[in-house]
Structures are given as structure tokens and as C-alpha cells.
Design a protein around this ligand. Structure first.
Ligand code: SF4
Length: 947
């Protein structure tokens, strides 16, 4: 009998068409191929998503979130039409209205405020990727009250990096994955960032490079590290400075690098009686002065042939001025930073600190290498090779979301610089448009004129007290009190303080709160219950204290219920977007690049992309930049803006395919076909950096010239890295009584202590504010690899991975208190309490507990069943954290933020834990269900396309 093999189609046609765009399931901006199939009606529908192999960010790699994007675009929680509130605020009772009516209501509020007092509008956006556009809109509107979410995310990292070296991690730069031999990772949750880090880690592993993970929690990236350092939260700065202590004592620092490329040799004014005490000495052309080793004389730092001297001093009129390096080495070589002095506090044995310092030194110096590549520095000096120092670092929110986070991030950047690894082969490499020193960024602006634009961009980098955003009477100009004496360098604003300040009328009351993609009544706020009360609170007349709330979101999130008007956004596959060099681009260390999103499917609901709605509102309000001279709308929609807007002549949101023939990158005339060219090219454009410009970018003239040619810089801007940040010293000087602009008395001592021009460590504020004998335990959150904030929780695939979130306890606490998996605990902070399920986690700092962020959901939201695990067993740690420090008895409201940047100090939290014998049915606190404006999703979500 003949056996017939069955005919199996081993390579079935998977789709009818592939559309290439950019993922938005997290903030990494990977390229994706969206496979489309025709349904029975002939409509194209998404069949599946894969990574785009040609894309510079992910080179084909796709994560669980990215592939689950398909379930994001068919999620039952998607808003369907504009909504007008009909029940009390917070109830979730809405009626659907037309876009005409919605835009009329919005225009009514916005035009009234704009014509009378634009500061009465607070416009804040969440994790969107269009801040150069939303900022442009807010500036044209004229309110000083605009920022995105950086203030409650990682502004400490970004700001410390910009002031220290003109860039930081993630979007600013990346480790040299191909050459690094030792990689240290501090405080990084698995998603921050995601695919690019995973790809880099796999390269390191494949080459046998060593990975050291420093994190109280051993999960994700830390779980694959060769060495895990389970540090005590809030002590990273102390640990890092102790590493610096060891390196300085052993002489294992890159003196040549420090001399040439940093302000280590720059002289510091030593005249204690002067208003310039502690500032950097300058010549008559305002150039920093160093002592030239050849002449022994003070000389401009950038003079051709100058050989700066780190050891010399300059004596003038009886005053001795010493270089930065002497101040730095004196401080960090002191016993205060010796491993023995910090070991207990950090929870790391002194011997281990020494061993890590020795390992850093060994790899940086004993494994140094040369690349045969000539280059010329900004002093005109030619170098035959580029010296590799194969040690690199990465860090994000774990070390920055503390009240000592700015100085901790500064310390990490200084550590890299001492080793000479920044912009050296094997070390950390900037991505265009970085490096960009703080002086090359705009300063913030706040001058309000009714009916007219703001006097300049909202956000920027202050250089001293004169740049603070204060009114004539000294009160804060912004609702979030950014750029005030409370937090002078708040370069991303303080979104987490907006609702609290607006409710308190401190510094003033507002009329309309306009927010986008920020779940402020739930996982994006501290003091979640309090925020809900602030949003619904009424005054003595029975009117809401925050009179109007307009909110835009694609999904039925918790915040929707607190809006009076909801503008429904599209999902990321239904919209145009631009991931711009003006904003947060997709560049690599070897290339400038940007990308688009475009509607690979059309919305099947009455929704509009939020940015297109802003374009429309801008035209309705007659805002400059949004209307032509005759008053007609300048742009049809956001796509039209992306292609036709010019920020400066020849510079627009997209850099690729510019000019008449579409063959220019960076600078070039508007090309009406630009969007189509991006789509043809896979959704992105790349422009490579010449090899001689690949390293030493801040000082390499080949890079400087390339950056000017591509429109990234207006002119060459070489600069020195700031081991010593002079603007910080200017604030300290003011606190010491110098200058006309003076801080309030209650802030003087804090400014003197915390705005130190050299990195300093001080205990997190919570340690002083609560009884640490009672609240002995640190409590943290992390974002899971498979979820990006709340976005993924309604995703039918992803919620199968993280439908609930236990509180993880370390072995010590777990056993001492007699817990078993599945038990419940009452966790109490100085602010509140939660009762939640626990689980054991062996890979944890002994004194730290943690849970996943944003898994818990409020009943009635995200189209989830009220009995869904997210709404019954899931919970938020946010209930335990307050946006203010506990009252000090002085009647003042002290923000729970970093005193330099205002970053929310999420991770300062201290708690105590008790086992609960009769656990509740559901996690506590519970809240009344919200009426869902989109109903509840079906039990099974079926999605079948094609035959
Ligand atoms: S890391 Fe994953 S979710 Fe994030 S952009 Fe890339 S594919 Fe999308």
C-alpha cells in the first residue's frame, strides 16, 4: 500500500500587505511590520505584527508588548466618541456628543481664558511623543503652564546629565555595546528602556563582557547580570561616590581626559568675600581660565596649544584660586566616602565596594585599546588614534526618583567622566541631537500677554537665579512652581504637583485643566485618593474648585471619569505621529534618525488624533503658527503640520527626504511628498555620522561640522564637561546672601546643602520626616517588561501575564513575620495604608519590598469586568505616597520632590508591615465603581482575520 504524505502548506501566505510604522506599546519606538489581511467585506485588518529588520532601533526584534499591539487596537476599552459629563464629576456618567459640539465647548473655554489671562489654562501632557508640537501649541496659546510627564519620571537623570555632560542615558545616548567589556546598570526597571537594552545585553553576553546590576530588586535585567548588588534604596549616590573615592585614592582616573575635556583644570574663585566666591574664573572674553603647564600663566581653556595644569594654583591679590580637580579630589578622598564609612548604610560590604572599584579600574585602564582613526579636537590639535575605555553604564528611574536623585545622577555621570569613558570607544556614546550642553538649550520663559503667545519656550535650562520663573512679587509664575527656589532646575516641570497646587490655589487658581494621556486620578499620581477628592471638590458656591477639566485619551482610563469633556484619541496604528529630532528621536550613536507613524488602519469609531485636534483648536483660536494671514487654518491636520511646519528656515519636524528632490537630510526645503517617502522607506529616515566623527563628539570638529551641516547645531559648540556645575553654585551663593534675587528664608539652608556644585549625598527627605524606627522598610514599584504603565492592563494578551500584583517580600521579612505565599499584609506609611496579597522574592534587599506598577485598576474602568483580578486583587502603591512631605508645623506645603529639579520622590517611601489574619475579599482601599462610558468587554475577545 502506498503511503501518501499529507499536503501541508509549510509557508502559508500570512498577509495580503505589509504596512511599516512605529510601535507605541512603550516609549522605545521600535520599527514594526504590520501584516494586513482582507476580511470578508474586503476591508484590510491587522493580522499580526512583527519587528522591522531594517529599523535602526530594534533591527527586527519585537517584545511581548509590541506583538500584542494587535490587541490594543481592538481593545473594548477604546473610547468611541467625544463625551460630555452629565453626572457628578468622578461618576463616569457621560453622553456622547459630536466633534462639532466638543470643539465648540473646548474653544469656548480656551478662547475666554486666552483673551483674559492665559495662565488660567494648565496644559499638561503625559507620555506622548509629540512634545515639540504640544509645546509649540502651548507657547502660541500663551500659557506659562505647560510640561509633559518628565517631572514624575526621570527628570533628575536628564537634567543631571545635561548640566554635567550635555546628555544622559536612553534617548540621549547608549553604551558602546560592540566594544564595552564591563557594563554597570543602576536602578533600571525592565522596560526602561526595553528592546535596545535587551539587544545590547545579548551582545555583551555573547562577547563574554561582564554585567553588574545595582538594584534593590533582582528581576529582569538584574536577573541576568553576572553580579547583582542589592543596594539599599536611596543610597546609590553614596555607593557611587565611594567608588570615586577608591579610584581617586588608587590614581585610577583618566587625567589626560580630565585635563583636555572637562572643567577639572578650570580655576575656582577662592575669594570668600567676593560675590563670585566659588564661581569659575573667566578672562575678558568670558572664557574659562586654566593654568597653562608650559607658561605657568592663567590662559583661556581653549587656546591653541594650551596644556591645562590640574595641580597648579593661581595666586592673585593675596587670594589663591584652585582648579576644580583639587576641590573634587579633596572632597571625595575624604574618609566620609571610604567604603567602611558607607557600607552599612548602602547595605554593601566594604570589600565588595573595593572589588567593584578595582574591576572598573582594571577594565578601563588595563583593557584600554586604540582605534586607528585620526581626529582633530576643538583646540586644533590632531590625534592619531581614539583611546577606548571599555566600561559603560546605564541608569534610569531607580536612582533618580528620590529627593537626592539629582545629585545621585550627577555622581554617576561624574564617575563615568573620571574613568574617561564618555564618548570614548567602549564607553558611553551620545546620540544626535546630543551632546548639547545646558547653555545650548533655551532658557525657560513665562511672560504672559492676554491674547498673545508666551515670550518663548516654556522649558529649558536655567543658568542662575536670574532665570527663575518668578513674578515681580517673587511668587511662582507657573502653577507647578517649576523654576522657583523650591526646585530651581525643574527642566521638565512638575506635573505631579499641578492638581494639588491648582486645588490649593497655591500659587494661584486656574480655570481649565487640559490634560492628555496622563492617568492622574490613578497610577500617575501620588496620594491617589486625595487627588480624586481634589478633582471633585467644590467651593462655598457649590462650584468645582478646579472649574473645567478637558481630557484626551484613547482608552477608558480612570482619569476619564474626572473630565467634563473627553476628546477621544486614536490608537497608535490609526494616526500620524512624528518621532522628531526636535524632540525625542530614534537616533543611534552612529546615525541621526527619525520616524513616523501613519494610519495603517482607519478608526472604526468617531475618534481623532489628539495632535490633529490641537491643530484644529489652534486655528479656531486664531493662534499664530496655526492660521494664515487671512485667518484661515494653516494646516489641515497633524500630518500636514509635520510636513509643512518649519521651526527655522529649512528645519522641520522630520529631517529625512527634505528639499525639492527629497534627497536632503536635516536642512532642506519643505517636500510635499515627505510623508510618502517615509512610508516607502519603512517609516523612518537615517543619516550616518562619518567615521572620524564617531567618538569624542563634544570636542571633535568633524562631528561639530557634521552637526551644523545637518541642522542639528546652528554653529559648532564644543564645550567642557562640568565636573563642577557653576549654575548650582550661583544658587548656593544666593542662599549665602549674595545677589539681588534672594531665596525665602525657609529654603536657604536646604539650597546651601543640596545645590552643591560637586555631587553630594544626603539622606532621602523621608528619612528625616518619618520615624525610621517605626517605618523601617523601603517600598518600591517596578514596571514589568510586558506592560507599559496602565496601557497594557486592558490588553487581552498582556493581562494574562500580569493580571494581579502581589507585594513581594524579601526572605528576611517573609520568614521573620511568618508569611506564606498567598497571605495578606497591611502595609502602612506615614500617609496611608493598603491591605494586599504578598509573595516571597528571594532576590531582594533585606529591607525592601516591592510590587509591579499600575496593574491595579479601579472598578468600572478599562472596560474590565468589576470582578477582574486587576480590580479586586491588584493594587497601587500610590495610595501610600503623598505629593507633599508630612506637615512640619510651619504652615508651608513642602513638595515630596527633589529640591533641585522637583522630580517626584516616589522611591523615598518607608513603610511598616503586619500580617493580616483574616484577609479581606479584595485589596484595600477599595473605591466605588465608576460607570463605564464604554461598557464592559466580552468574556472572550475573538479576533479572526482572513479565511
Ligand atoms: S520595546 Fe516592545 S513595546 Fe517598546 S517600542 Fe519596542 S516592540 Fe514596541
Amino acid at each position: 500500500m502506498t503511503h501518501h504524505q499529507p499536503q501541508i502548506d509549510t509557508s502559508p501566505k500570512v498577509s495580503d500587505e505589509i504596512r511599516k510604522t512605529t510601535c507605541y506599546m512603550c516609549a522605545c519606538r521600535c520599527g514594526i511590520n504590520v501584516h494586513m489581511k482582507k476580511d470578508d467585506e474586503g476591508e484590510m485588518r491587522v493580522a499580526y505584527i512583527e519587528g522591522n529588520r531594517d529599523h535602526p532601533v530594534n533591527q527586527g526584534v519585537l517584545c511581548a508588548k509590541g506583538s500584542a499591539g494587535i490587541m490594543q487596537v481592538n481593545a473594548p476599552s477604546r473610547l468611541k466618541a467625544p463625551l460630555k459629563r452629565v453626572g457628578p464629576r468622578g461618576s463616569g456618567q457621560f453622553e456622547e456628543i459630536s466633534w462639532d459640539e466638543a470643539l465648540e465647548i473646548a474653544t469656548g473655554h480656551l478662547s475666554r481664558i486666552r483673551e483674559t489671562n492665559p495662565e488660567k489654562l494648565a496644559f499638561f501632557t503625559g507620555r506622548d511623543q509629540s512634545q515639540s508640537f504640544t509645546g509649540f501649541w502651548a507657547q502660541a496659546y500663551g500659557t506659562p503652564n505647560f510640561a509633559a510627564h518628565g517631572g514624575f519620571c526621570s527628570v533628575n537623570m536628564a537634567t543631571a546629565g545635561i548640566y554635567t555632560m550635555g546628555g544622559a542615558f536612553w534617548e540621549f545616548g547608549q553604551p558602546d555595546w560592540d566594544r564595552s567589556k564591563l557594563f554597570m546598570l543602576f536602578g533600571v526597571a525592565e522596560d526602561h528602556d526595553s528592546n535596545p537594552i535587551k539587544m545590547g545585553l545579548s551582545k555583551l553576553k555573547a562577547r563574554g563582557a561582564k554585567i553588574i546590576g545595582v538594584n534593590p530588586i533582582r528581576s529582569g535585567y538584574n536577573a541576568i547580570a553576572d553580579e547583582w548588588v542589592g543596594i539599599t534604596p536611596g543610597t546609590d549616590g553614596l555607593f557611587i561616590l565611594s567608588l570615586a573615592h577608591e579610584l581617586l585614592k588608587a590614581g585610577k582616573i583618566d587625567l589626560e581626559y580630565l585635563t583636555r575635556f572637562t572643567n577639572a583644570p578650570v580655576l575656582v574663585n577662592g575669594d570668600e568675600k567676593s560675590d563670585e566666591f566659588g564661581l569659575l574664573l573667566r578672562d575678558k572674553d568670558n572664557k574659562f581660565m586654566v593654568i597653562d603647564r608650559v607658561t605657568g600663566k592663567p590662559t583661556a581653556f581653549d587656546k591653541k596649544g594650551v596644556k591645562p595644569d590640574l595641580a597648579a594654583t593661581y595666586r592673585d591679590k593675596g587670594i589663591t584660586h584652585r582648579p576644580v580637580f583639587q576641590h573634587l579630589s579633596e572632597r571625595y578622598m575624604s574618609d566620609e566616602y571610604a567604603p567602611e564609612a558607607v557600607a552599612d548604610r548602602c547595605g554593601i560590604p566594604a570589600g565588595r565596594i573595593r572589588a567593584i572599584a578595582a574591576e572598573l579600574a582594571r577594565v578601563a585602564f588595563d583593557e584600554a585599546f586604540e582605534i586607528e582613526q585620526e581626529w582633530t579636537d576643538f583646540r586644533g590639535e590632531k590625534h592619531k588614534t581614539m583611546t577606548g575605555r571599555p566600561v559603560s553604564f546605564h541608569s534610569m528611574r531607580g536612582i533618580s526618583a528620590h529627593s537626592n536623585g539629582f545629585q545621585t545622577c550627577r555622581a554617576l555621570h561624574v564617575l563615568q567622566i573620571l574613568l574617561g569613558t564618555v564618548e570614548a570607544p567602549g564607553g558611553f556614546r551620545f546620540k544626535p541631537p546630543y551632546p548639547k550642553p545646558s547653555e545650548a538649550h533655551p532658557k525657560p520663559h513665562c511672560k504672559v500677554t492676554p491674547g498673545a503667545p508666551l515670550d518663548g519656550p516654556h522649558l529649558g535650562y536655567v543658568q542662575g537665579p536670574d532665570d527663575l520663573m518668578l513674578k515681580e512679587d517673587g511668587s511662582p509664575a507657573r502653577i507647578d512652581k517649576a523654576y522657583t527656589w523650591e526646585n530651581p532646575m525643574s527642566a521638565h516641570g512638575l506635573m505631579h504637583m499641578v492638581i494639588s497646587n491648582a486645588h490649593a490655589g497655591d500659587p494661584y487658581k486656574i480655570d481649565t485643566l487640559f490634560m492628555y494621556m496622563a492617568n492622574m486620578s490613578w497610577n500617575s499620581s501620588m496620594n491617589t485618593k486625595g487627588v480624586m477628592e481634589m478633582l471633585t471638590d467644590k467651593d462655598e458656591n457649590g462650584d468645582y474648585v478646579i472649574p473645567n477639566i478637558i481630557y484626551s485619551d484613547a482608552y477608558s482610563s480612570e482619569m476619564v471619569a474626572y473630565a467634563d469633556l473627553v476628546l477621544p484619541d486614536t490608537t497608535y496604528l490609526e494616526r500620524h505621529d512624528c518621532i522628531s529630532l526636535l524632540d525625542r528621536p530614534i537616533c543611534e550613536a552612529d546615525a541621526a534618525a527619525d520616524a513616523i507613524r501613519w494610519p495603517v488602519i482607519e478608526p472604526d469609531r468617531d475618534v481623532r488624533g489628539f495632535q490633529s485636534v490641537l491643530v484644529d483648536l489652534g486655528a479656531r483660536l486664531g493662534m499664530p503658527g496655526f492660521v494664515n494671514e487671512d485667518g484661515s487654518a494653516k494646516y489641515k491636520d497633524y500630518a500636514d503640520y509635520i510636513v509643512n511646519h518649519e521651526r527655522k528656515p529649512g528645519i522641520g519636524p522630520l529631517s529625512g527626504f527634505r528639499g525639492e528632490n527629497g534627497d536632503q537630510f536635516g536642512r532642506g526645503d519643505v517636500n510635499p511628498d515627505q510623508m510618502d517617502r517615509y512610508i516607502e522607506n519603512g517609516g523612518f529616515a537615517v543619516h550616518h555620522i562619518p567615521e572620524e566623527a564617531a567618538f569624542y563628539k563634544p570636542w571633535n570638529m568633524a562631528y561639530q561640522d557634521w552637526a551644523v551641516k545637518t541642522g542639528i547645531y546652528d554653529a559648532p559648540q564644543p564645550y567642557l564637561f562640568n565636573l563642577y556645575v557653576e549654575p548650582l553654585r550661583k544658587f548656593q551663593l544666593a542662599a549665602e546672601g549674595h545677589g539681588l534675587r534672594q531665596p525665602p528664608e525657609h529654603l536657604r539652608e536646604r539650597i546651601k546643602e543640596t545645590l552643591d556644585p560637586l555631587p553630594v549625598w544626603y539622606a532621602p527627605f523621608e528619612d528625616d520626616n518619618v520615624d525610621t524606627e517605626e517605618f523601617t522598610v523601603h517600598a518600591l514599584t517596578q514596571r514589568p517588561m510586558a506592560m507599559y504603565h496602565s496601557w497594557g492592563t486592558q490588553n487581552a494578551w498582556l493581562r494574562q501575564l500580569h493580571g494581579r500584583n502581589p507585594m513581594y517580600l524579601p526572605t528576611k521579612i517573609f520568614t521573620e513575620k511568618g508569611f506564606e505565599d498567598g497571605d495578606w499584609a497591611k502595609i502602612t506609611s506615614a500617609h496611608g495604608e493598603i491591605t494586599v496579597p504578598v509573595a516571597h522574592h528571594g532576590g531582594l534587599n533585606d529591607n525592601t519590598i516591592w510590587t509591579w506598577n499600575a496593574i491595579g485598576k479601579r472598578k468600572g474602568t478599562w472596560a474590565l469586568d468589576e470582578a477582574a483580578p486587576e480590580a479586586t486583587k491588584g493594587f497601587l502603591l500610590n495610595h501610600l505616597i503623598h505629593e507633599l512631605q508630612p506637615p512640619k508645623g510651619d504652615g508651608l506645603r513642602w513638595a515630596n520632590s527633589d529640591p533641585v529639579t522637583g522630580q517626584a520622590a516616589w522611591f523615598d517611601l518607608r513603610v511598616k508591615i503586619e500580617k493580616v489574619s483574616g484577609p479581606p475579599e479584595e485589596s484595600q482601599p477599595g473605591f466605588d465603581p465608576i460607570k463605564s462610558p464604554v461598557g464592559t468587554g466580552p468574556k472572550d475577545l475573538a479576533w479572526k482575520v482572513g479565511k
